[in-house]
Write a protein that binds this ligand. Sequence first.
Ligand code: NAD
Length: 501
Amino acid sequence: MYERQHFINGKVTDGTSGRFGPIFNPSTGKQQGRVALATKGEVETAIAAAADAFPAWSATSVVKRARIVQNLVHVLYARKDELAEALAREHGKVFSDAQGDVQRGLEVAEFAQGIPHLIKGEFSDNVSTGIDMYSMRKPLGVVAGITPFNFPAMIPLWMSCMAIACGNSYVLKPSEKDPSVPMLIADCWREAGLPDGVFNVVNGDKEAVDTVCTDPRVKAVSFVGSTPIAQYVYATATANGKRCQAMGGAKNHMVIMPDADLDQVADALIGAAYGSAGERCMAISVAVCVGDDVADRLVAMLKPRVEGLKIGHCMDPEAELGPLVTADHMAKVSGYLDLAEQEGATIVVDGRGFKNTQEGFEDGYYLGGSLYDNVTADMRSYREEIFGPTLQVMRVKNFDEAVELPSIHEFGNGTSIYTRDGDAARAYVNRVEVGMVGVNVPIPVPLAFHTFGGWKSSAFGDINQHGMEGVRFYTKTKTVTSRWPTGIRAGAEFVIPTLNS
Ligand code: NAD
């Protein structure tokens, strides 16, 4: 049994609340540690450390800030497997997938190394006689991140690399389910040479979240998690005068046109629906087949592959997916599978009875892959996010019906279309009411130099994660109008200046 505490002002700091949350190993089903849950006062201490560190860090030259982020890139590459193993043992995803989790965060660090170029302002020479005008991007101050369990490396790195490169100081409140990797990230920042107080971690629950969202010293809050909490964080943070971006849940549809290469589709769906046990906000959870013929053929191709999924503990090199994150989450996913059955969906493969027979892992939180056919838009099991290793097949008559399903769904995170028809693909890209779209690509997660964000109930706030949107989120512009030389006399002007001179 180990303990995870907080990381404040460059040091691991023991919690004083006396409150702890359990840390489970999802592969074994056993508790392996506990995490301190911060009091309001402890969060305030972390915010104070960040506020104290801000003046010096924001005044550090942009090239030096870039070099520290560059150091972080090297440290993360050197410690990638250490982070991935800690991640797999608390999250349950298999080691190779955990390496990908670290890698996707690391790629944002690689992008943030370019901050001297990214943060450049604008300059207009001689906008009026002797007058120049320029805009600068200034850091906000103390900014905070609140992150979910499912990407404990990638999402804290998405947020903190952009924020810190832009000159802000940072307080991270990670998921209490897998707190070890965020603490390791803190250690990586320290090893990279980041000054004390610039990156802080407070572990905790609602009390910590509420403190971050209401403390006046915190200027911006970035949240990723489920939709109800995203709405709550967005409402609370903005009511308290903060800039906020809050990413929520998802239900991602893949449209399969009659001309699609079904072998390619089946490969794509097996990875995108069942990888990471479906605990990805960009997992494909719905396959929308255009025409019964496509659906019949696809279901027949998928059935043996879903039945044959290799499920095992997180460090099993043969396993394609591991357990779910907690017993509670496994029960929730099972409940949705029960509901889908009651609602009349056709069970093609039922993962509910799966038992892992690997010695020492019999009590882990495993579910087999499930495949449901004849799912309809009125079913609650379709309307809500399941977040487990299951795929729902829907049948529509034509392209228009296929575009409509994801477009009117409450969530709008990701979607994809499989087709050989460029017209259909182009029309889908333009018409579908979803933020991230793949064409013959199953999980269209944008790379670090583009921007990540869904639409509708999948994201609240106007500015997305990373890419240039990340620079915009973590900076505010200051625009200067400057007259040189001072010797020019314009006389007193009583009307608003316009472009006449
Ligand atoms: P969650 O909403 O339960 O938790 C997210 C964060 O909110 C955690 O830090 C948690 O401690 C905190 N939190 C939980 N309950 C709270 C409460 N009542 N008050 C205040 N704070 C609270 O989400 P999760 O289960 O950790 O993550 C899975 C969810 O995240 C899924 O819905 C998934 O779709 C979503 N997600 C979305 C994206 C995206 O970019 N849209 C990315 C990853 C995950």
